[in-house]
Ligand binder design. Structure first.
Ligand SMILES: Cc1cc2nc3c(=O)[nH]c(=O)nc-3n(C[C@H](O)[C@H](O)[C@H](O)COP(=O)(O)O)c2cc1C
Length: 379
């Protein structure tokens, strides 16, 4: 690890890292009509983030969204912009890493370098950037920008080269690339983290993973069943070997933690099955696509989890591809320990009502993870 990133808990000692995901958007990480779904109010986001910070969780990760998923719930219809959200949370928290999510086609590398340096200074070295290359033309229409599915990650790499070079400092430079032409590039202040703040990406397609192999410190991949992990990690390792780099692989989870397993499973059934939002699900599938092209071969995106497999029901109110942690504190801690043992280095958590539910997770699950040896004490 580069010591100049020691201020960022993403590179801290806990074997299994935890972050809160998607709380800057309404509905959080659901596609549910449940009336108590996350309404995305600033004061709630700030209070919840401060709880995660005090509990020693590693990061807050927001989603960059420009349009809702339609349907009756229109989840994601309301969302806070992530750089400004990050700057505010940086000032309101003490230890947790604050990620921002930027679409490369919408924000220039120089703008993002300055914004990220600002957040890195405000947070004293806790900023992180989730670089996304975009997938939903519907959202990009709002900016008048067209996504080219074939070249988006090549453009992303060029963007990353400029952004990371800017933050390394040095004399002014011009850039005359395939996608970008810039003159007299420089930025000041540089980030506190050296050579630049932590970088995440979440490409699932072959080009997306290649992007992560070259640019990211953490790669997010959808894992819906733990038996998928060995093949995923073997694939990532092979790519990393080509680039002689190391990367951590994380996934994203949704937590329903209750004193009894029945209560947890009943609640999951309620918000994800009974209250599913078929319109939102249809919008997602139409724009996202259920498969991805890998050199002519169609790979199915992992979407079906153990609940689908056990019951044959859709549970479509849970976000597609999310890993469900549903059960008692013991169940959830044991599941996270299995996930850690499978080789994943961390995951995100989301809740139907983040502010109401995270205290129980912090109080009951985190100490169990410590006892199971995958996280240290909250010091
Ligand atoms: C944890 C996580 C966070 C993501 N955040 C965003 C985001 O904020 N905005 C966005 O447009 N896409 C986001 N994505 C989508 C990814 O950037 C990517 O498009 C997706 O995982 C599919 O991979 P592909 O682009 O290689 O097909 C996210 C995905 C994951 C797993």
């Amino acid at each position: 690890m580069d010591v100049s990133r020691a201020s960022n808990p993403l590179f801290g000692p806990n074997r299994f890292k935890l972050g809160v995901f998607s709380a800057n958007c309404d509905g959080g990480l659901t596609m549910s009509l449940a009336p108590e779904r996350w309404p995305c109010r600033w004061d709630d986001i700030a209070a919840m983030s401060q709880l995660a910070d005090a509990a020693g969780m590693e990061f807050i990760l927001p989603v960059a969204k420009w349009r809702g998923y339609q349907g009756k719930a229109n989840v994601y219809g309301r969302s806070f912009e992530t750089l400004t959200h990050g700057a505010a949370l940086a000032a309101l928290t003490k230890r947790i890493a604050i990620f921002c999510t930027v679409h490369v086609a919408l924000v220039t590398p120089a703008f993002t370098a300055k914004a990220m340096a600002t957040i890195d200074h405000v947070s004293h070295g806790r900023a992180g950037l989730n670089i996304v290359c975009g997938w939903n033309q519907n959202e990009f229409d709002l900016h008048g920008v067209t996504i080219d599915p074939e070249t988006r990650y090549d453009q992303g790499l060029e963007w990353f080269e400029v952004w990371s070079r800017l933050l390394q400092g040095g004399p002014e430079f011009d850039w005359d690339g395939k996608y970008y032409h810039f003159k007299k590039l420089q930025t000041d202040p540089l980030s506190i983290q050296r050579p630049w703040p932590a970088v995440m990406s979440a490409g699932f397609s072959p080009k997306g993973r290649e992007f992560a192999a070259r640019a990211a410190d953490v790669l997010f991949l959808n894992v819906t069943e733990l038996d998928q992990v060995p093949a995923i990690l073997a694939d990532v390792d092979a790519q990393m070997a080509i680039h002689k780099r190391k990367i951590s692989v994380f996934t994203m989870g949704h937590v329903v933690c209750r004193p009894t397993r029945k209560d947890a499973e009943d609640y999951f059934h309620y918000f994800a099955e009974e209250m599913e939002d078929p319109g939102g699900q249809a919008y997602y599938l139409e724009n996202r696509g259920a498969t991805v092209n890998d050199g002519g071969r169609q790979i199915v995106r992992p979407m079906r989890n153990r609940f689908h497999r056990a019951t044959g029901l859709n549970y479509a109110g849970a976000y597609p591809g999310v890993y469900p942690f549903v059960g008692t504190p013991d169940d959830i801690a044991a599941e996270m320990a299995r996930m850690s043992a499978s080789g994943l280095a961390g995951c995100t958590v989301a809740f139907v009502d983040y502010l109401k539910e995270i205290p129980y997770f912090i109080q009951e699950v985190l100490p169990r993870l410590e006892r199971l040896g995958i996280r240290g004490p909250n010091v």
